[in-house]
Ligand binder design. Structure first.
Ligand code: GLN
Length: 291
């Protein structure tokens, strides 16, 4: 079959749902990913023929897109901080906002020359942990998650990127971190309210793991409470916590950190101008026994 004929089928089947430009974008990704050809290949070789086998791959992908699977899940891979990251329905598709979180940490620590112990709580695909390990070579990074499917994917991503990051099964709600064992704790926990679900795109709601996204409307900070109190204990003096948050709760998360005696609390916005990140320092050495 001619590649351009398949492109025609893609448009016929998908334009109504996604719009023609988006379908072109899907198709170019397919050409690059499955044929290993540059995306403009079809323009150069309009009569390019693909094999029966390749045809099968394109049509299977088409039907997944038609069912509403996001492109990243269909291809099984995406990119985060220029690292290839495998993704599937067990993990969230990394978001551009989260790259900003990682960039802020790298910026703060790039000149450090001593070993840095880093923990990523609720690591999912491992994208945060792995990119920190890549760009902060002195960091010893560990990622935890409660989902075995996510951990499997995170470990595959460590192998794919040849990075030495340890991924361990642990639940935020029951984790018991050793005292003063980390210099940096980072987390992008579930923070989308159940009531915000209706405003989300269908493919996000249906394809992505809801346990990684949603929290009940009446306990929006449930994960932050566990994370902040463990971080207070597990960070060394001068250690830092970095959190991605729901834009509605910048003040609440800042207050929570203040209640736990964190200092230098900074709330910052994402590329869309929404309150998205909070960072704080564990300035005072804590005295757990005197409490
Ligand atoms: N930023 C993601 C979204 O809006 C949510 C990530 C999360 O819940 N931690 O879909």
């Amino acid at each position: 079959m001619l590649l351009k004929e398949i492109k025609h089928v893609f448009h016929k089947e998908l334009d109504q749902r996604y719009g023609s430009d988006e379908v072109d974008h899907f198709f170019y990704h397919f050409i690059e990913h499955y044929l290993g050809l540059p995306k403009f290949h079809l323009a150069l070789q309009p009569e390019w023929i693909i094999t029966k086998e390749e045809e099968g791959v394109f049509f299977r992908g088409l039907s997944a897109l038609k069912q509403g699977q996001p492109l990243q899940y269909v291809l099984g891979i995406t990119s985060f901080m220029d690292l290839p990251i495998k993704v599937n329905n067990n993990v969230l598709i990394p978001r551009p906002e989260t790259e900003e979180l990682v960039r802020a940490i790298i910026e703060d620590y790039k000149d450090f020359s001593t070993a840095l112990r880093v923990l990523d709580i609720g690591t999912g695909s491992g994208c945060i942990a792995l990119s920190l390990s890549k760009y902060l070579p002195m960091a010893i990074v560990k990622g935890i998650d409660l989902s075995p499917g996510a951990l499997k994917t995170a470990r595959e991503n460590a192998r794919l990127n040849e990075l030495d990051v340890e991924f361990v099964e642990s639940d935020i709600r029951t984790m018991n971190l050793p005292e003063e064992s980390y210099d940096i704790i980072v987390s992008n926990p579930p923070y989308v309210l159940d009531m915000e679900k209706s405003a989300m795109e269908e493919h996000v709601k249906e394809a992505e793991p809801s346990m990684a996204l949603f929290v009940p409307d009446d306990t929006p900070l449930v994960f932050y409470k566990y994370i902040v109190s463990e971080a207070r204990k597990a960070l060394v003096k001068g250690g830092a916590i970095y959190l991605e948050i729901n834009q509605r709760f910048g003040n609440e998360v800042s207050n929570l950190l203040e209640d736990h005696k964190f200092e230098s609390i900074e709330l910052s916005k994402d590329l869309y101008g929404r309150d998205r990140f909070v960072k704080a320092i564990n300035t005072k050495k804590q005295n757990i026994k005197q409490k």
